[in-house]
Design a protein around this ligand. Structure first.
Ligand code: PMP
Length: 442
């Protein structure tokens, strides 16, 4: 019997023993095409020689130095690298070990900023329904995923949730995407006014939604309007790019494609590409300066922040993405993948929507396309698909859950940026086989 407290205590897992480019290999020698990058993590695949060498070198010179005593060269260089490429105004980087920690740091930085500038009454957060921002208590409170929150709600801080930018289900009859975006920004503004704008600290959103919907890009203009609403009321904008950032959508930051910047941006997953656990919160000059010129100390800190080996790995990952020109490749492969998904599943009776950006694509499954009726959640279709896909030798990231009876089953595809066209063929074929097997008899 395993002594590991596994994610699910009702299933067993194959033992992964090695990686080979976009494949993971188990102890039986079975190969799995990693079409989800784990959970949108492994953007360089599983055996990148440059990253492995960078880790080896760092570990053998200096594995770790506690940040209350030292700074380190890999941490300084990685911060420079990110700030040089970040959306305007983001001028410093707070390093952590993952996505939830990056969100926690962003929330506390927002709070401390307002205390430093004498607006300590600003403490209310607004986020969106059907969102996911992590599983620690602050991040969980921020997210609007009912299934994840429900049993922990008594422990969660009070956060207001507005409608997500989810065109497939949110667009009204005859409404244009632009009008939808305007309506949602107005809803946010109404919520701010209702709470009293002087009490609102920040609005948190993912530019392209991942874990709760399987890759949903915003409608054009939505984020520009959100930015205007936040500015009008002195509310900070926190963009969660933990999943969609670091090149996943074809630009280093997803916000670039919205033509906006943010006060705080969180990143993780693709930052270290799974070679080391690392996340970060990018901080605007305004927030940094308010703290630097005020108390001078961010009241936070974990033991492993700015871990030297993790920073060296992330730097090697990001340099590889740049020097190998992988972002144009993500855009080209993303279009190719989207086209193949539409060709194969566009008329599928149980695929209601295919959406995404770059190598971040999602399929929404429905019992009935015309009514967009979700499958009965008790069928746990997402779990069946995951199992069937693993049997086919494919990792995809299906998820489910029900919100207002509306959210159904989704599949997230977030493959490594190093795929070639043959891998795309394999991906689509195996997904088709897995869907046929999972839907059989339903
Ligand atoms: N934010 C977003 C948008 C995410 O997708 C996730 C993870 N799926 C997180 C935060 C939390 O990241 P982690 O699991 O690394 O704590």
């Amino acid at each position: 019997m395993s002594h590991v407290f596994h994610r699910s205590l009702k299933q067993s897992y194959p033992t992964a023993v090695s990686g080979d480019g976009p494949y993971l290999i188990d102890d039986q020698g079975r190969r799995y095409l990693d079409a989800s990058g784990g959970a949108a993590v492994s953007c360089l695949g599983h055996s990148d020689a440059d990253v492995i060498e960078a880790i080896r070198e760092q570990v053998s010179t200096l594995a770790y130095a506690h940040t209350s005593f030292f700074t380190t060269e890999p941490m300084e260089t990685l911060a420079d690298f990110l700030v040089e490429r970040a959306p305007q105004g983001l001028e410093s980087v707070y390093f952590v070990s993952g996505g939830s920690e990056a969100i926690e740091a962003a929330l506390k930085l927002a709070r401390q900023y307002f205390i430093e500038i004498g607006q300590s009454q600003r403490k209310h957060l607004i986020a969106r329904r059907q969102s996911y921002h992590g599983n620690t208590l602050g991040a969980l409170a921020t997210g609007g995923n009912e299934w994840r929150r429900r049993q922990f709600e008594p422990l969660l801080i009070d956060v207001s949730h507005v409608s997500p930018c989810y065109a497939y289900r949110g667009l009204r009859d005859g409404e244009t995407p632009e009008a939808f975006g305007i309506r949602l920004a107005a809803e946010l503004e109404e919520q701010i006014l209702q709470l009293g704008s002087e009490n609102v600290m920040a609005f948190v959103a993912e530019p392209v939604v991942g874990a709760t919907m399987g890759a949903v890009p915003p409608v054009p203009g939505y984020f520009r309007r959100v930015r205007e609403v936040c500015d009008r009321h002195g509310v900070l904008l926190i963009l969660d790019e933990v999943m969609c950032g670091m090149g996943r959508t074809g630009t280093l930051f997803a916000a670039e494609q919205e033509g906006i910047s943010a006060d705080l941006i969180t990143i993780a997953k693709g930052l270290g590409a799974g070679y080391q656990p690392i996340g970060a919160t990018l901080v605007s000059g305004r927030i940094h300066d308010a703290i630097a010129n005020g108390s001078g100390f961010f009241q936070h800190g974990h033991t492993y922040i700015g871990h030297a080996t993790a920073c060296a790995a992330a730097l090697a990952v990001q340099r590889a993405i740049e020097s190998r020109d992988l972002l144009p490749r993500v855009r080209r492969l993303g279009e190719e993948l989207s086209q193949r998904l539409h060709e194969r599943f566009g008329e599928h009776p149980h695929v209601g929507d295919i959406r995404g950006r770059g190598l971040f694509q999602g399929l929404e499954l429905v019992a009935n396309r015309d009514g967009k009726t979700p499958f009965d959640p008790d069928l746990k279709l997402h779990a069946r698909i995951k199992k069937a896909a693993m049997e086919e030798g494919l990792m995809c990231y299906p998820m489910g859950g029900t919100i207002d009876g509306k959210q159904g089953d989704h599949i997230l595809l977030a493959p490594p940026f190093i795929l070639d066209d043959n891998h795309l063929d394999e991906l689509v074929q195996k997904l088709d086989d897995a869907l046929r097997s999972a839907l059989g008899g339903l």
